[in-house]
Design a binder for this molecule. Structure first.
Ligand code: ATP
Length: 358
């Protein structure tokens, strides 16, 4: 539906030039909840502003439904934006705010009234339709901003950190509601966040960005289980990194016996191996695992599980997560040395960027 082709954006020129986006290529499908995720300054908002038409690209193309939209001004693009700050008109009522964009587009008055009713019911704000928007809570303003942006039936709704001003409980409620709306109405959302949990729980696909580049575009599950590089692995969820070498189908983690791994066939040389804390088996030797032991430095209780911080014989640190049930994880104590099993199929070999940089 939306093809983003080699899109670049440079602010300034010469020595002051800043490359906010570097040749971004990705296609967003109709009906998709597509999330741009990355740390502050990685270029998420810049990409959204280019799609909305608030900024012009330095290079590349934006093709919507087969048509290049470069020449279409923002007000005529079939996309709409929900801003972090909501950008409501404080002196207008809820209903007037929702009607505003429709009237500006020249919609017939009867259609405006019908559409405003429909949108306010959709976001459950009908009962407050005559209240001035300045007198609304943050969550209510968020709903009105959403209704206003959806009213002209945009092909794509762009959402720039729309929930970040809400407290945690309200934020969770609005996450569920946004997702329900998007799914039930079959809308296409491009959603910007720097909150990895929000991205993982809401998205069909996530584009992880860093330094103006797309690092990986994948489903939440794939990003978590098969990160493309160390940045993605570290940005999504908790993880452990262990140095090693791969050659001829054998993986040798520093300080361990070599293991034969199918994944190791494709790589030669220095690698970083990743393993998620919840995949490490603490306290016993298990089959099909790299075996080692670790001394427990610290135990942190998290309710459903306990984070176990350990030091391996070679001095490396590792964090494991032991599931808590009524009868488990109670026999671990700081100072104790315990067997550790690292399942072969949980070891992910990442290209060693440090080694490549040398
Ligand atoms: P955040 O999560 O903090 O909003 P972001 O990922 O959305 O970050 P952008 O707002 O896209 O990041 O900014 C990307 C980079 O481009 C930043 O380093 C920013 O300072 C720079 N930038 C953005 N707009 C301009 C501008 N008009 N002129 C110069 N530099 C800009």
């Amino acid at each position: 539906m939306l093809e983003i082709k080699s899109l670049s954006k440079t602010f300034g020129a010469g020595v002051a030039a800043y490359h906010a986006l570097r040749s971004v290529d990705v296609t967003v499908a109709e009906g998709e909840f597509f999330t741009l995720l990355g740390p502050s300054g990685c270029g998420k908002t810049t990409l959204l502003r280019l799609i909305a038409g608030f900024e012009q690209p330095t290079g590349g193309q934006l093709v919507l439904d087969g048509q290049d939209i470069a020449a279409i001004p923002p007000s005529r693009r079939p996309v709409n934006t929900v801003f972090q700050s909501y950008a409501l008109f404080p002196h207008m009522t809820v209903a007037q705010n929702v009607a505003f964009g429709l009237e500006a587009r020249g919609t017939a008055p009867g259609d405006v009234a019908r559409r405003v009713d429909e949108m306010l019911q959709l976001v459950q704000m009908d009962h407050l339709r005559d209240r001035k928007s300045a007198a609304l809570s943050g969550g209510q303003q968020q709903r009105v901003a959403l209704a206003r942006a959806l009213a002209p039936r945009p092909r794509i709704l762009l959402l720039d950190e729309p929930l970040s001003a809400l407290d945690l409980k309200l934020r969770k409620e609005m996450q569920a509601e946004l997702k329900r709306l998007q799914r039930e109405m079959g809308l296409t959302f491009i959603f910007v966040t720097h909150d990895q949990d929000e991205a993982l729980t809401m998205s069909d696909r996530i584009a992880v960005m860093e330094g103006g580049r797309l690092q990986q575009v994948a489903t939440p599950r794939d990003l978590y289980d098969h990160p493309a590089n160390r940045f993605v692995a570290g940005f999504i969820g908790e993880t452990n990194f262990l140095p090693g070498r791969a050659a001829e189908g054998q993986l040798r983690l520093d300080g361990f016996a070599p293991v034969a791994l199918a994944e190791a066939k494709a790589v030669n040389g220095a690698v970083t191996v990743m393993i998620r804390p919840e995949h490490i088996i603490v306290g016993r030797e298990a089959p099909d695992c790299v075996q080692t032991s670790g001394q427990i430095d610290e135990l942190v209780f998290f309710g459903t599980d306990t984070h176990v911080k350990l030091t391996l014989p070679g001095g490396a640190s590792l964090t494991a997560r032991a599931q808590n049930s009524l009868h488990s994880a109670t026999d671990l104590n700081p100072g104790q040395t315990v067997p550790l099993s690292l399942p072969y199929d949980a070891l992910r070999i990442l290209p060693d960027e440090a080694a490549h940089a040398v």
